[in-house]
Write a protein that binds this ligand. Structure first.
Ligand code: NDP
Length: 287
């Protein structure tokens, strides 16, 4: 097959997110009370401020009551944990997120562990990570879920696909590997110390890249006809947003690729809201 034979599909994350939003809206109407989401932001990280406002707006479009708790960066770890415990006990709150990163003096792991795992809509609590790892997921991390939903736009069946995951973070790389293993894929995890990344990537039917290194995944890393999910978000010197994948190089070579922006990003926000709905159903409808 020549390169000209391939029509590369651009997987539109915005459109898919809009479709899921419409479905969630209908489902939420059937619940007998308004859902509540608490977003904790500590300090004034400008990127975090943008992200939390984005999440609040999306929640409001769905009729979810989203409260942003903007807390002082000089508060103590104990005070933050007590605040989270109050939200855990609050019956009007279905989901809680702590926007990361936290200022340096906080122990992020301990803060995440303070969240009630049944309200942990970021899916980062060790109990929820562990449940995913034993194949009994409860609340799953949002970006990995977004990757899976985007892949399901391309493949109705992922069984037996070879997936190379580039990156091994707690937030993306590790949980997405496990999620795809649970889908019966053969998964290879790579990272910054991997030897011959290009050669390993060339074995993949699907590459999921989550490194934050602009243009890392070049055309010669990619088997013709492979599918690429680009998680990376990098702000360039000229203030543009770009991803891990050398997008233009994939045209006519990959069979499908997610754009940055407009791919994984909008889907991640939608998966967070989907997790609010999931948390409500787990806690109130499945007893
Ligand atoms: P981390 O920095 O926590 O992890 C990055 C991972 O990439 C590490 O495992 C690192 O390896 C690996 N890595 C870095 N450089 C290379 C390289 N040259 N070759 C191979 N592996 C490499 O980042 P996150 O996982 O939190 O985020 C990754 C990217 O995804 C960022 O750009 C982030 O902004 C974006 N992101 C996007 C989201 C979205 O909604 N679209 C959501 C979350 C993140 P090692 O472990 O060896 O250091």
């Amino acid at each position: 097959m020549t390169q000209e034979d391939i029509q590369t599909r651009i997987i539109d994350g915005k459109k898919l997110a809009a479709r899921i939003e419409a479905d969630l809206k209908e489902e939420i109407k059937t619940f007998n009370r308004k859902l509540g989401m608490a977003v904790i932001l500590v300090g004034d990280n400008p990127a975090s401020l943008v992200y939390v406002n984005h999440k609040k707006k999306a929640a409001e479009r769905l009729g979810i009551d989203a409260q942003i708790y903007h807390l002082s960066p000089v508060m103590t770890q104990d005070a933050l944990v007590s605040f989270i415990q109050e939200l855990n006990a609050n019956k009007t709150v279905d989901g809680i997120i702590v926007q990361l990163p936290l200022p340096k003096h906080f122990d992020e792991n301990a803060v995440i562990e303070a969240i009630d795992p049944n309200k942990d809509i970021d899916g980062l609590h060790p109990l929820n990570m562990g449940r995913l790892f034993i194949g009994q997921p409860h609340l799953i991390a949002c970006t990995p879920l977004a990757c899976l939903r985007l892949l399901k736009e391309v493949y109705s069946d992922l069984v037996g696909k070879t997936v190379v995951v580039v990156g091994r973070s707690r937030l993306v790389g590790k949980p997405v590997l496990q999620l795809l293993l649970n889908e019966q894929c053969t998964v290879i995890q790579t990272h910054s110390k991997t030897k011959d990344l290009a050669g390993i990537c060339r074995t993949a039917d699907i590459i999921i890249s989550a490194t934050g290194t602009a243009g890392l995944i070049r055309r010669d890393f990619v088997k013709q006809g492979a599918v690429l999910i680009d998680v990376g978000i990098i702000r360039t010197a000229d203030k543009k947003i770009t991803g891990d994948v050398a997008f233009d190089e994939m045209m006519g070579h990959a069979s499908a690729v997610t754009p940055v922006p407009g791919g994984v990003g909008p889907m991640t926000v939608m998966m967070l809201l989907s997790n609010v709905v999931q948390a409500y159903k787990n806690n109130h409808l499945k007893k």
